[in-house]
Design a protein around this ligand. Structure first.
Ligand SMILES: [Zn+2]
Length: 472
């Protein structure tokens, strides 16, 4: 990759990035031999490569020959700490159902055992892994009640130095009592305010990992977050949403990941989960609801009518046996939907492929969902669920959050790429390993497949160490 904004600053006002193909917005027609121009972290102009080079002769030029240029992925639901539990030994007593999964396994053996060093190590490793796979933004949900206070602050430095655009939250819950619940809510409020008072994440130019450790530009922010209706009482939920309104952020909750929560709500509140949220007055666009796998027709109506934003996790829904979310119906109703990994597989190509295959299988219809739709969900759709403005397209005025994906290099495609098949080629036959370069807000964070400034061996060794500590 040629072209470095740092070197050219002063003599050239911008950077032009050209590629064999460009997808400037997932739902628009792909463009052949196309370039975008980046100035001050934003897309400034775009056009055919030759014309752009003639128009901006003083620009540096990044040559993405053999690649497709497209918006970076936004992963709308991650648990950075989740990587530490990949392959963790199962409890002696076999997990019988969802409750026993949480009660006997996930809470005591994973979440309750997390400390600051563990979450920081996981954050450093996973953010590098996300970046390497073309992800430029994400939303994280941390539940580590015994790491309070300051659990989010323990993640913050690693996340900020990754250069990624990030919204971090602590999943507040009353499952360990009122004081622990309140500490979780307080953690979010303090973090949101701290990010505003002292922005972190994103360099002011050049590389994304400034050697002096300084940060500026403020790519890291916070949000409010609660767990579920079965671990949070009504006053607690109201308090979280009130704080979100006061701070003008969204509030997240896991909703109906399987059949359990709907049944629990029916037993305890006499109505299903989203009917309950609607009754207590928090069903609104401020609500970012993840999972939404098992929904009644009335719950779909509530989401569509109230403007609740939904994060869809096709692969983790399969992993936990939760079912298949009615995403096609939500999209038909105009609901804002994004894609997330849930901390399971962070390769967004795999997540897109999961959505593509799952909904076709579920509907017995090979035309049920297109590659363009799943790419839209993984980019602009996810950004919209997180309220990230002007993120997810490569159009003038939008953030220069982008990636170059190799079509020809090692592991290159064995069939011609054309406008009619480009998105299928991307969604079905590319993976994180084909991502060559990644930029966030005008800063390259991945170059030639290498995460800039990250020693992956060292990050991996440190994560292994912390995973071993967690497992013990
Ligand atoms: Zn989750």
């Amino acid at each position: 990759m040629t072209g470095n904004r740092e070197e050219s600053r002063g003599e050239a006002p911008g950077l032009t990035i050209g590629a064999d193909w460009a997808v400037t917005a997932a739902l628009d027609e792909p463009r052949r031999r196309w370039a975008v121009r980046v100035v001050d972290g934003l897309i400034d102009d775009s056009g055919p490569v030759g014309k752009m080079q003639a128009r901006y002769p003083g620009d540096d030029f990044s040559d993405g020959s053999g690649c497709v240029l497209l918006p970076g992925f936004v992963n709308s639901h991650v648990h950075l700490y989740g990587v530490l539990a990949h392959g963790v030994p199962a409890p002696a007593v076999p997990v019988a159902d969802f409750w026993s999964f949480l009660d006997d396994y996930w809470w005591p053996l994973v979440e309750n055992a997390l400390d600051h060093e563990m979450v920081a190590a996981a954050a450093a490793w996973v953010t590098a892994d996300l970046a390497a796979g073309g992800t430029t933004g994400f939303f994280d949900i941390l539940e580590a009640p015994n790491a309070l206070p300051d659990a989010l602050f323990a993640q913050r430095e690693a996340v900020a130095s990754s250069g990624l655009r990030a919204v971090l939250s602590f999943e507040a819950t009353e499952r360990m009592g009122a004081a622990s619940g309140q500490a979780g809510l307080d953690e979010n409020v303090r973090f949101i305010e701290a990010c505003r008072a002292q922005p972190a994440g994103g360099s002011t130019g050049g590389g994304a990992r400034p050697a002096d450790g300084s940060t500026g530009g403020g790519r890291v922010s916070g949000a409010m977050c609660i767990h579920t209706t079965f671990t949070c009482g009504e006053p607690f939920i109201r308090q979280a949403f009130d704080a979100a309104a006061d701070l003008d952020v969204f509030c997240h909750a896991h909703v109906n990941e399987g059949v359990h929560e709907g049944r629990w709500c029916t037993e305890h509140h006499g109505m299903r989960t989203l009917e309950f949220y609607d009754r207590i007055g928090v069903a609104s666009p401020r609500f970012q609801a993840s999972q939404c796998v098992q929904l009644s027709p009335r719950e779909i109506d509530i989401i569509a009518e109230s403007g609740i934003r939904v994060s869809h996790m096709p692969l983790s829904n399969c992993e936990v046996g939760g079912g298949i979310a009615p995403v096609l119906e939500l999209l038909e109703r105009g609901v804002t939907v994004g894609l997330g990994s849930d901390g399971y597989l962070n390769d967004m190509f795999a997540v897109m492929r999961g959505a593509f295959l799952l909904h076709r299988a579920a509907t017995l219809d090979p035309g049920a969902i297109s590659a363009a739709t799943v790419l839209h969900l993984a980019t602009e759709g996810s950004a919209r669920t997180l309220g990230l403005e002007r993120v997810g397209r490569l159009e003038p005025g939008w953030h220069a959050d982008l990636q170059l994906v190799d079509l020809e290099g090692p592991g290159g495609l064995p069939t011609p790429v054309e406008a009619h098949n480009l998105l299928d080629q991307l969604v079905l036959w590319r993976s994180a390993s084909h991502v060559r370069n990644v930029m966030v807000g005008g800063d390259w964070i991945v170059d030639g497949g290498e995460v800039i400034g990250a020693d992956m061996d060292e990050l991996r060794a440190h994560t292994l160490e912390q995973a071993a500590r967690l497992w013990s």
